[in-house]
Design a protein around this ligand. Structure first.
Ligand SMILES: O=C(O)[C@H](O)[C@@H](O)[C@H](O)[C@H](O)COP(=O)(O)O
Length: 255
């Protein structure tokens, strides 16, 4: 039975530190249980703060980074190395500072990749990469933890409210006409996201309060994609006080 946990921390800086510490421990536990670990990253401001916090955490050396698979939940479809790509942010903030196995870093396709400026082909290529790493005939590898930011409108990864991507059943989709720039993206879809053992929705700031409150109150997934996210074992909402302002008291498990 999957559980939902809500944690509320003092401010965005403490929140990023807590997520970083949790991530290190989660990867250590996954490696102890399975030998390897799979993490799915996201983009946005809070993800950027988490990357820097992991980079600066001495306990990060307890992870065997050479046995961590790094995936992305979504990507802005731009040329490799573009400063707005989620991959670029993650590499600069964290990945370049870790002894990872380059073969285990799996960025989503870029607009200057083998398929050119064709996000549908890029999405299909990423689906193949995922399937190639999956056990047996599964479509997706094991994701120990999948991190998400939450948009002011309730989007997660690049699954936006009332957008056709909300109906997509394939694991990876191209997204055109994203309301958050840049307009063209590639994303894991909700069915793929929901295969993760744990999903962490990380949100800080008052502008997230309404979306977070509505998602936890049971809004519809098409209208508010964050409401449609459920980890197989656990869905962990990691919030700061401002983002948690509209969460009903029954959900506030900490502080
Ligand atoms: O590509 C992106 O922008 C994201 O993956 C997106 O889903 C992000 O995580 C949220 O919009 C929250 O972003 P902030 O933390 O910046 O609010």
């Amino acid at each position: 039975m999957s559980e939902t946990v809500v944690e509320v921390h003092a401010d965005p800086s403490v929140l990023a530190q807590v997520v970083a510490a949790r991530l290190v421990v989660k990867l250590i536990d996954a490696q102890a249980a399975r030998g390897t670990a799979g993490v799915v990253l996201t983009g946005g401001r809070i993800a950027g703060a988490v990357f820097l916090a992991v980079r600066d955490l001495p306990a990060r050396d307890a992870v065997d980074w050479s046995r961590v698979d790094v995936w992305w939940g979504d990507e802005r479809f731009l040329p490799t190395g573009h400063p707005e790509r989620n991959e670029t942010q993650a590499r600069a903030g964290l990945l370049d500072h870790l002894p990872l196995d380059p073969a285990r870093i799996h960025p989503m396709p870029a607009s200057d990749g083998p398929d050119g400026d064709d996000p549908e082909a890029g999405a299909a290529r990423y689906a193949q990469t995922l399937a190639a790493a999956a056990p047996g005939t599964a479509d997706l590898p094991h994701f120990d933890v999948l991190m998400l930011g939450v948009g002011e409108d309730g989007h997660v990864a690049s699954v936006f409210p009332e957008h056709p991507v909300g109906y997509e059943t394939r694991p990876v989709s191209a997204v055109r006409g994203s309301p958050k720039p840049p307009p063209t993206r590639v994303t894991l879809t909700l069915p793929a996201i929901n295969t993760a053992e744990e999903i962490w929705l990380v949100a800080g700031g008052a502008d997230k309060a309404r979306a977070v409150g509505m998602a936890l109150a049971g809004a519809g997934a098409l209208q508010l994609p964050a409401a449609g996210v459920h980890g197989v074992e656990r869905t962990r909402w990691l919030l700061d006080r401002a983002a948690a302002a509209e969460v009903k008291p029954t959900f506030r498990s900490l502080r």
